[in-house]
Design a binder for this molecule. Structure first.
Ligand SMILES: C[S@@+](CC[C@H](N)C(=O)[O-])C[C@H]1O[C@@H](n2cnc3c(N)ncnc32)[C@H](O)[C@@H]1O
Length: 421
């Protein structure tokens, strides 16, 4: 019983990337629920911190999450933590020796890293911190190049770069388990993508969206505003069959003007299928077709496991050619209110994440889960909703956008790259 508790009661530490902060909690929650591991996150998660202590999970849960997460950088089995070095030491000395022992064996190799958030330490300082851990019973040999076990001392100096404290607010020590999938941001960068357009979604968000949608192997995923298929690329990476529609004939057929610098026309074979081929997932390509998403073409019983999409915003995208950056124009942030989030009796809102793009623009990733089959009465249910107002062209987006922008912030909006890769 005691042994079981020691295993089950292990704590893990996630080190999260400090970008797209709003997307982090829903991403990890979605990945854990794919493992059927819903859990209470409220106690330990802080929007402001890149460190997150997780209880009640197994190492296997953590490894599975890390095999997909974009928001998670690294994960550790937490051996101890505290607000001072003394507290850390006390906490480490309390950690069950039998949990540590397999990783401290005489014939093993190891190294200790020091990671500091919001502060840079000089080399000697790092070495001092490692030396201060000599009370731990390491019996193996240090191997900096290819160690069997990696440990990490992580120090949190808060999130204000203008007010960095002398001593960290919190210190953690743990055994490294696995890194997340941030490498995908580079390897799937639209800069290196075969077929791109002015509004191609960047790799980072495409993967985050696929994770929020819990896309998994053998799912059938549909993007009604497919464009150049960036979301299909991400979903097929996780093993889903993918299909899409777009109103633009040229985009679907990969013809017309190129979006790349120094290229006038799209070359032969610049299309979504070729994008999937580039990443080895062509076998998961179902098809794409020209279709107006406001006039559904699907049989009423058509079933998709997920619909992942980046709809048009009602404002024409700039035609400026940019190699990788796109101009983005979105409504002023202060004009958003929660009532704008659409409701449907068959859909439950799971998360609503804001991505700030500039001082006055942002966009939202809204994730909903279908929680019941539609009934006849659902068709008119929106009329009974007190929030219901007759359709006003995406909540009068165009009017708000153009009335809300001064000359100055319009310039600012233009200068803001949509996707920072
Ligand atoms: C923001 S872009 C999507 C970009 C896409 N995620 C990508 O990575 O390339 C929106 C797309 O919606 C398409 N679109 C606009 N109105 C549409 C409609 N009524 N039905 C289907 N597609 C539409 C546009 O042609 C455009 O390709």
């Amino acid at each position: 019983m005691a042994l079981h508790c020691r295993r089950a009661c292990r704590q893990y530490l996630l080190h999260l990337a400090h970008d797209n902060v709003d997307f982090r909690l829903p991403e990890i929650k979605a990945l854990l629920s794919l493992r059927k591991r819903p859990f209470d996150t409220s106690e330990t998660f802080s929007e402001k911190s890149p460190f997150w202590q997780l209880n009640g999970l197994s190492e296997d849960d953590i490894r599975r999450v890390m095999s997909r997460t974009i928001c998670g950088k690294s994960s550790f089995e937490l051996w101890g933590h505290g607000t001072t070095t003394d507290e850390l030491r006390t906490s480490l000395l309390k950690y069950p020796a039998e949990n540590m022992a397999p990783y401290l064996q005489q014939n093993s190799t190891y190294k200790i890293n020091v990671y500091t958030f919001n502060k840079t330490l000089v080399f000697n300082n790092r070495i001092q911190k490692i030396d201060a851990l000599d009370f731990l019973p390491f019996k193996g040999t240090v191997n900096l190049k290819d160690p069997e076990h990696i440990f990490c001392l992580l120090e949190d100096y808060g999130s204000d770069p203008n007010d960095i404290p002398e001593e960290p607010f919190h210190i953690y020590f743990g055994r490294w388990i696995a890194d997340g999938q941030r490498e995908l941001i580079r390897s799937y960068s639209v800069k290196k993508r075969h077929f791109i357009g002015n509004t191609s979604m960047d790799a980072r968000l495409s993967f985050i969206m696929a994770n929020h949608a819990k896309v998994k192997a053998d799912d059938l995923v549909y993007d009604p505003f497919v464009g150049t298929g960036s979301l299909l690329v991400a979903c097929s990476h996780f093993g889903a069959y993918v299909c899409g529609t777009d109103i633009d004939y040229n985009t679907i057929h990969g013809i017309g003007k190129a979006s790349r610098k120094n290229q006038k026309w799209r070359g032969p074979d610049e299309n979504i299928r070729a994008n999937l081929r580039q990443y080895g997932t062509e076998s998961l390509y179902v098809d794409v077709m020209v279709s107006d998403a406001s006039k559904p073409v699907w049989r009423t019983n058509a079933q998709f496991d997920a619909i992942v999409t980046d709809p048009p915003y009602g404002i024409r995208e700039s035609t400026r050619r940019t190699g990788s950056h796109k101009d983005i124009i979105k409504p002023p942030v202060d004009l958003y209110c929660e009532e704008m989030v659409p409701l449907h009796p068959c859909l439950t809102l799971i998360s609503n994440c804001e991505q700030t793009l500039s001082s006055h623009t942002s966009r939202r990733l809204i994730t909903m889960e279908k929680t019941k089959e539609p009934e006849d009465s659902d068709r008119l249910s929106h009329l009974a909703d007190p929030r219901f107002t007759p359709y006003q062209g995406h909540n009068s987006f165009r009017e708000k956008y153009f009335s809300g922008l001064t000359k100055k912030n319009r310039k600012d909006a233009k200068a803001t790259p949509r996707n920072k890769e």
